[in-house]
Design a protein around this ligand. Structure first.
Ligand SMILES: *Cc1c(COP(=O)(O)O)cnc(C)c1O
Length: 423
């Protein structure tokens, strides 16, 4: 993928650990996902999940490709605006929104999906303050995904905490409360779940949202938003294999959409909110081998990177990786790759069998674009740079965090605390 000389050149420019963004890969993901769904359903759009990776130039590229911004906080909402996204092309989700956030979203005609009853109160207040304005909101829906006693939620969770529960009547009550506001209509339903990402889950989500829309919002439904969470394309060496393709997901969702909506006479917009599938394989992380040491038969390869850079969730799977060696060779052996922090848990790779790396070699970790950069804690060292290789040159997209940025004196105060004298 990259030669030793290319990585050594980047090392001289940016330091010995950095992310590489492959924007062509991102464009390819966008094109493939869009093609899979748009070829099967007449009205489709992608809302890219900002929290997965909100590198500004990535978000701007999504905007240019025609994707909407899917945000879950005011910080992300304001980032989208700063990048130049039209507010009507922002999907505003997330559990915590303040009155000012609701106001900004409604003013901007963003697609606002409500998650809890307190938000309905805020929307009511907005509508009372601006009775002449027509307002649209969507509702995030929560229903049981279990099928034949199998629970597809991640980590075996009993229930999701997001959205209005259908089974206990909360959803119905939310619809009724909102229907009493004359200037408001409920324009969409949203159903994102952290699940096993199976086709059956997406069939169920699409089916349930359509049924609820037909029964509860027959006049007003404009969009059905099935959320994100689909698998992206995974390299052959990835620990998980045989995952559904974009075409598989599109086929499952669009078949349900057509079947459910055929009787209904109008075609709502279908929204998908991919994060991982868009960003994960568009980034790799490079770090340099600093030293190799033996401890009672265990070999530790120390790198200038951290588990926080490659898999902040610290799962046990080894990510796909390559070693780019300064010189050929290396003794065969078994080794662990460990990072710069002072935690024993900081293990990037566990029990790798192969030729031992040597100081000065580089590791490239693939598929590190999702929930990595956004999760890098300000812990022990500044965040690494993000770079791009373009026309045989390296370009910096984010710099290496300096002391002045890490301990910004606009954030921190450096004058000594005034403390009462110790007697
Ligand atoms: C996190 C999130 C997504 C994206 O999920 P991925 O697993 O990264 O695809 C989409 N929609 C909502 C509401 C989310 O919270």
């Amino acid at each position: 993928m990259y030669t030793y000389e290319q990585l050594a050149c980047a090392d001289r420019l940016f330091g010995s650990s950095y992310y590489i963004f492959d924007s062509e890969k991102l464009k390819e993901n966008y094109r493939k996902i869009n093609q899979a769904f748009a070829s099967r359903y007449p009205r489709f759009l992608i809302g890219y999940s900002y929290k997965t990776n909100y590198l500004p130039q990535l978000c701007a590229l999504i905007n240019k490709l025609g994707g909407y911004a899917e945000v879950v906080s005011r910080l992300e909402y304001d980032l989208a605006l700063k990048i130049g996204v039209d507010p009507s092309r922002i999907i505003y989700n997330g559990p915590v929104k303040e009155a000012a956030d609701i106001e900004a979203a409604l003013h901007g005609k963003s697609l606002l999906n409500l998650d809890s009853f307190y938000e309905i109160e805020l929307v009511k207040r907005y509508c009372e303050a601006y009775p002449e304005r027509m307002v649209s909101v969507g509702l995030r829906v929560n229903f049981d995904l279990q099928e034949n006693g199998v629970n597809p939620l991640q980590d075996g969770r009993e229930a999701s905490r997001f959205g209005f529960c259908v089974e206990n009547g909360a959803f119905q009550r939310a619809v009724e409360e909102l229907s009493r506001i004359p200037s408001l209509r409920i324009s969409g339903l949203h159903g994102h779940f952290s699940s096993d990402r199976s086709l059956a889950v997406y069939e169920k989500i699409a089916g349930k949202l359509c049924q609820l829309a037909r029964v509860c919002l027959p006049e007003t439904v404009e969009y059905i938003d099935v959320g994100g969470g689909i698998y992206g394309e995974l390299p052959p060496s990835f620990p998980i294999q045989n995952t559904p393709t974009f075409d598989d997901y599109a086929e499952a969702v669009c078949r349900v959409m057509h079947a459910e909506m055929a009787a209904y006479g109008h075609v709502p917009l279908l929204i998908l909110e991919p994060g991982i599938a868009m960003a994960a394989n568009a980034f790799s992380f490079v770090c340099k081998v600093i030293d190799v040491k033996d401890v009672r038969g265990q070999t530790f390869v120390l790198v200038d990177g951290s588990v926080h850079n490659v898999k902040p969730t610290m799962h046990r799977h080894n990510l796909p990786h390559q070693i780019v060696r300064r010189q050929n060779g290396g003794e065969p052996g078994v080794f662990h790759v460990v990072g710069y922090t002072c935690m024993e848990r900081d293990c990037l790779l566990h029990q790798v069998t192969g030729k031992l790396p040597r100081a000065g070699d580089y590791f490239i970790f693939e598929n590190t674009g999702a929930y990595t950069m956004v999760f890098n804690p300000p812990f022990i060292k500044g965040r690494p740079p993000i770079v791009q290789r373009c026309e045989n040159e390296w370009r910096e997209l984010r710099g290496r965090e300096t002391l002045a940025q890490f301990f910004s004196d606009q954030l921190y105060r450096f004058e000594p605390l005034s403390v009462s004298k110790i007697r």
